[in-house]
Design a protein around this ligand. Structure first.
Ligand code: GAP
Length: 445
């Protein structure tokens, strides 16, 4: 049991150190000792995040006729959060150790009587509101209170009327938003899994009440399709029907999608039937011309955390060659090979271009002008890599998850072909320089 636990901790350690080493994810405010529950994305983290969010937007907004995008302000009037029930009910149960004063969420500790850090006893359970409170303007009076939004959803509900007035959508239709949300989590943990500042991708899909079960099933299927599309290991995804007692205050039914993270089977995304809770509480309605009259549509809400998507994609992609397996490209034969098996459509770098030797100007010139520049102009996500020997470059690109490494060698100068090396198999093929763009396009598709 202990051995398995060590392996799991080890995997998270490997992932987080790879993310730092290769410029995906850094601890927030690291040079000042770090700020718990915050993480910064480096160059490849931004690229991976953008590929994930763009893929989501393309599938759920751009390729549909019934979806309307929103990008609402993070700061909203406090009435929004009073109406939504978050001021009243967005609490987690908290206990504080009387000895070391560490604080815990009661549902996250094994023994509710003993502090896991020092063995001390706890004080009374308190309800802790997770919204970050702030003040608008120069005064700190109660009238100036505002909150950093704990979910993007309300930014869509408060723009429901604007969207209906501007676009006259027919039911069913949806609103979609990608943006930051903030929660003052009592115990942020597990790398980017539970953090205080994160991004959500959310849809509010407005339906007639009698159709809710049909659309609930429909959105469940759409969510699962998308997870597969971005490369989440579907063998590790499980559905959990959330009991009435555990559902959020606004939900009449919730399914959580869980993922087998190394630190446990934990929530990845959620699907809720919010019924008419939000539109009613904001006193909003809709004229349903087909049904003839004023009505309050019901809502199905598929919700995705961007950071959790990123972590699940990273964990699903993380691969090591079995011990002793020699890479067929001959690079670093005695070392264990680590590679991120991203789908080409999601990989932060689609291909890396190298001259075989960086001190041969004719190779550098050819690689730069005839291979790198046109590919960079076409795909953007193209790296120039001439650091170290070819084996080292392959290992570096493997860890970044680059599906193709293109090498310009002396044969290229005479026959205009290059070597393209496949990340997963290590196999190499000769491709004509003029065919490279189509070759890569096909792989992305
Ligand atoms: N609008 C509904 C809503 O916000 P939620 O289950 O509280 O529902 C939705 O959050 C998703 O946001 C979660 O499934 C998860 O992916 C992500 N999420 C929630 N809290 C998070 C946190 N503290 N850190 C990272 N991601 C979080």
């Amino acid at each position: 049991m202990k051995a398995i636990k060590n392996q799991e901790d080890n995997l998270m350690e490997k992932i987080s150190s790879l993310c730092k080493r290769r410029g995906f994810i850094f601890q927030g405010s690291e040079i000042y000792g770090g700020l718990a529950g915050t993480w910064d994305l480096g160059h490849f983290g931004v690229a991976l995040r953008n590929n994930i969010t763009q893929n989501w937007w393309k599938k759920f907004v751009d390729s549909r006729r019934d979806m309307y995008g929103v990008d609402a302000a993070i700061l909203m009037r406090p009435e929004v959060w009073q109406a939504s029930g978050h001021v009243e009910g967005f609490h987690d149960p908290l206990v504080e150790c009387k000895k070391c004063h560490h604080r815990f969420r009661t549902d996250q500790i094994e023994d509710a009587k003993k502090c896991p850090d020092c063995g001390g006893g706890f004080g009374e359970v308190q309800q802790f509101n997770m919204m970050f409170k702030t003040h608008i303007g120069a005064t700190e009076e109660s009238t100036s209170i505002s909150y950093l939004r704990p979910e993007t959803a309300q930014g869509m509900f408060v723009n429901f009327k604007n969207t209906v007035d501007a676009f006259h959508p027919k039911i069913p239709f949806g609103m979609a938003q990608i943006g930051k949300a903030f929660r003052n989590e009592i115990a942020p943990r597990d790398f980017i899994f539970r953090v205080r500042e994160f991004e959500q991708m959310e849809i509010e899909y407005f339906i007639r009440p009698t159709d809710w079960e049909k659309y609930f099933e429909y959105w469940k299927g759409e969510m699962l399709d998308w997870m597969e599309e971005v490369g989440i290991d579907m063998g590790k995804v499980h559905e959990l029907e959330v009991s009435k007692e555990d559902r959020a205050h606004y939900s009449s039914r919730t399914i959580d999608f869980y993922f087998d993270f190394p630190f446990g089977n934990k929530e990845l995304f959620g699907l809720a039937y919010r019924a008419d809770f939000d539109l009613k509480t904001h006193k909003l309605d809709y004229i349903d011309e087909e049904e003839g009259g004023k009505t309050v549509p019901h809502v199905i809400e598929p919700t995705f955390g961007v950071g959790r998507a990123l972590l699940a994609v990273l964990l699903s992609a993380y691969s090591e060659d079995p011990e002793g397996k020699q890479a067929s490209d001959g690079a670093g034969e005695k070392e264990k090979r680590v590679y991120l098996k991203f789908k080409p459509s999601i990989a932060p770098v689609i291909c890396a271009v190298s001259p075989l030797l960086k001190n041969k100007p004719e190779l550098v010139e050819y690689a730069n002008t005839k291979v790198y520049a046109p590919l960079k102009a076409e795909f953007g996500r193209v790296a120039w890599d001439d650091n170290g020997n070819i084996g080292k470059r392959y290992r570096r690109q493997d860890e970044i998850g680059t599906p193709f490494c293109i090498v310009v060698d002396f044969d290229t100068l005479s026959d205009d072909t290059v070597t393209v090396r496949d990340r997963d198999t290590g196999e190499q093929e000769r491709i004509k320089v003029t065919d490279l763009k189509n070759y890569i396009k096909e792989k992305i598709d």
